[in-house]
Design a protein around this ligand. Structure first.
Ligand SMILES: Nc1nc2c(ncn2[C@@H]2O[C@H](COP(=O)(O)OP(=O)(O)O)[C@@H](O)[C@H]2O)c(=O)[nH]1
Ligand SMILES: [Mg+2]
Length: 453
């Protein structure tokens, strides 16, 4: 489908299809013979639909041409459109025009971008909510609160000599604090909001042959990683996107650390190291065959304190582990138990098997609840979430300035001095919504759109 937008769209199409009179029948697809104006050669019979300004996606006259598709036909029609006076659109230009014509604000435009990109149910719902104005509404309300705060302050400042100004300072302070809390609330949705857009990184770790690649494949439902009985066969880090219960994850299977022998000897554990730093969760695979040991302890120690770790007892279909004290969950075991401070860091321990599938559903559920806890226990996916760096930065700036305002008042600075913080806070929210829109912001928002969107 080819899409034309602008005041001359009708002229351009008329040049290719003199008999077409779609402008008298807006929104009705009309079967139209398209010709190359320079050669008078028929290119295709296409459905041409006219959307009359301002009732179109861009708010301008807009025409959609549905050709029979393929490679050559749309290319021929495109170049004929260009010789009839059209030019190729820039990335995101349709949505940018929609924004410039007041059809949507910048946050909604970002929602559209995310909707197109969505790879999970959760991502889809959040993007849809954002496109429909959910987040914009929340931001607009915050901005109103800021404006109201400014108004209170002006009122307060206008009556400096009277004993009791119409708005007492305490009331202004309190309004400032309420606003800070609201901004903080929204800001706290950012980490998970960004993960819903990007997918949460989950890294598989474990000794060679622990069953990492098998698990990777089982969770993905495709034969992606190479599995053999030979230890150390995975040559590169493999990354794949997958949804667990509708929430997006990126699974990473281990790179061939075999080639870097010192590291293997030091840890005895394979892990996609460069991913670990960015991981939300590390899955430590411990085979039922050998149980917990020094390599696992060394690995946990190495990992640092802040990454949640889920210990997976892999190959749980093999024999009865209950009879073998060496393969019990690490917490329960006496001799090989990890040091207490490490055991506390194990978020969960599960038995899994890719042969009979045990524990896999539970693992998906545990991962979802661990990573997206805030969203799930908070307002769910129908609440406004910050999903982009730009949004997070804007709200953070607004919060910082509002806090500075409150602190200045608390320190007893004159109200008009404190007030200098409110304007930048307001500007931050206005730039987010695109109420004021310096060019570099527009470039930043629309640069990563595809052509034709
Ligand atoms: N019985 C059984 N064998 C498994 C299971 N998971 C992996 N294996 C076997 O363990 C060996 C090593 O598996 P692999 O996934 O390559 O381990 P990696 O080196 O950690 O990636 C292979 O022979 C697999 O077939 C499981 O759940 N049950
Ligand atoms: Mg492997």
């Amino acid at each position: 489908m080819l899409r034309l937008s602008g005041s001359r769209a009708v002229d351009v199409v008329r040049r290719m299809a003199p008999d077409w009179h779609g402008e008298s029948r807006p929104r009705v697809p009309l079967l139209t013979t398209l010709r190359d104006p320079s050669e008078d050669r028929v290119l295709d019979h296409a459905l041409v639909t006219y959307f009359e300004a301002p009732a179109s996606y861009t708010g301008e006259d807009l025409i959609e041409i549905s050709t029979h598709g393929g490679v050559l036909v749309p290319a021929l029609v495109l170049s004929a459109l260009e010789s009839a006076g059209a030019r190729g659109a820039r990335a995101g230009e349709f949505t940018q025009r929609a924004y410039l014509n007041g059809k949507l604000d910048l946050v909604q435009a970002e929602g559209i971008r995310d909707l197109i990109d969505a790879g999970s149910d959760a991502g889809h719902q959040v993007a849809l909510h954002q496109m429909e104005g959910g987040l914009s509404g929340r931001l607009a309300k915050l901005r109103e609160q800021l404006v109201a705060l400014e108004a209170m302050l002006v009122y307060h400042l206008d009556f400096p000599e009277e004993d009791e100004p119409p708005v007492p300072l305490a009331e202004i302070l309190q309004a400032g604090e309420v606003l800070c809390a609201a901004l903080q609330d929204l800001l706290s949705t950012a980490p998970e909001g960004e993960l819903i857009k990007e997918g949460a990184l989950v890294v598989l770790a474990g000794r060679p042959n622990a069953g990492k690649s098998s698990l990777f494949n089982a969770l993905l439902g495709v034969e992606r990683a190479i599995v053999t009985a030979q230890p150390g066969t995975t040559r590169d880090a493999l990354e794949a996107s997958v949804s667990f219960e509708g929430y997006p994850f990126r699974m990473v299977d281990t790179a061939g650390l075999r080639e870097r022998a010192e590291e293997v000897e030091r840890l005895g554990i394979e892990v996609a190291r460069r991913y670990v730093r960015h991981a939300e969760v590390v899955l430590l695979c411990v085979s039922m065959e050998w149980g917990w040991g020094d390599p696992e302890t060394a690995f946990l120690r190495e990992l640092g304190m802040e990454k949640p770790v889920i210990v997976l007892q892999t190959k749980a279909d093999r024999g009865s582990h209950k009879d073998d004290p060496d393969v019990l969950a690490p917490r329960e075991r006496a001799g090989l138990r990890p040091p207490t401070e490490l055991a506390q860091r194990i978020h969960a321990a599960l038995e899994v098997s890719v042969i009979d599938g045990r524990g896999l559903g539970e693992l998906r559920r545990v991962l979802k609840n661990l990573v997206f806890r805030g969203v799930i226990t908070g307002g769910g996916l129908g609440q406004p979430l910050l999903t982009r760096r730009r949004q997070t930065e804007g709200v953070r700036l607004a919060l910082r300035e509002t806090q500075a305002f409150v602190e200045a008042l608390e320190e007893g600075l004159p109200a008009d001095v404190a007030a200098t913080h409110l304007r930048p806070a307001e500007t931050a929210l206005e730039e987010l919504l695109g109420i004021v829109s310096p060019d570099e912001i527009l470039d930043r928002v629309f640069a990563d759109f595809c052509v034709g969107k």
